[in-house]
Design a protein around this ligand. Structure first.
Ligand code: SAH
Length: 230
């Protein structure tokens, strides 16, 4: 199997690999488990100043990334047969979930487009079949931090990146619940002890306790997740 390939189109290629060059993702990058290719959208900018944006039709504040410029950048990176999803980071997009992350990580790679300013001309979204993805209900100044978040979540699921495979499966969201609490040594700390059951060695009881804690915490903090399960 060939390595997972990520192409990122951005006005700030210097922001990459950024956090992805360190720790788990960085090791995997060095090992060739995945590859990262950044492309400067400005290479396709117009005129002496390599302009990439223009004022919004209809008026209003800010600037919009031009369809022709962004399309030229996309076309220089992908062809029509490229099976990878073309993702546009956008607060209007489908909210990113662990389920989506799993799906992306099981494919051949992703193409990620980072917006800036007010966003991109709607026509390029339609014409190049871009799938809008949001990392949450708040506004960033650009798509780059969102792309770093998305790739971080994807890369840790690639085969061989995480130490133990099970350390992916029990995590928050993987079974529709938030994770149970963790403890480690020392056994007593500032007068607080580790729940007795976790020291009992009874694996069945421990699993039951963890399950119950997961449900309790999820009900308390994220009733929406409980509702989604039933
Ligand atoms: N005017 C836009 C916001 C533009 S923010 C609106 O109201 O919807 C500039 C760029 O940052 C966007 O084009 C997008 O690429 C990125 N961005 C901002 N918030 C984001 C989020 N929550 N998720 C993903 N990308 C985001």
């Amino acid at each position: 199997m060939s390595a997972f390939r990520a192409d990122v189109l951005t006005l700030f290629p210097e922001m990459f690999p950024g956090t992805l060059g360190l720790s788990l993702a960085g090791e995997a990058l060095k090992l060739g488990t995945w590859s990262l290719h950044t492309h400067d959208i400005r290479d396709h900018g117009l005129g002496k100043h390599r302009a990439v944006d223009d004022t919004p039709a209809g008026g209003g504040a800010g600037m919009v990334i031009r369809a022709d410029v962004l399309a030229a950048s996309i076309d220089s990176v992908v062809d029509a047969h490229d099976p990878r999803p073309r993702l546009l980071m956008s607060p209007r997009g489908k909210p990113l979930t662990q389920e989506m992350v799993r799906e992306f990580s099981s494919g051949e790679g992703v193409i990620i487009i980072c917006g800036r300013f007010e966003g991109v001309d709607e026509r390029v979204i339609e014409a190049r079949n871009l799938q809008e993805v949001s990392i949450g209900d708040y506004i960033l100044s650009g798509g780059e931090p969102a792309a770093l978040v998305l790739l971080d979540a994807i890369v840790r699921l690639l085969p061989g990146v995480m130490g133990k495979t099970e350390s992916g499966e029990e995590e928050s969201f993987e079974n529709g619940l938030l994770e149970y609490p963790h403890y480690t040594r020392p056994r007593e700390w500032e007068g607080r002890s580790i729940p007795e059951i976790l020291l009992s060695g009874d694996h069945k009881k421990i699993a039951e306790w963890r399950r119950a804690e997961s449900e309790r915490i999820t009900t308390l903090r994220r009733p929406d997740l409980i509702k989604k399960r039933s």
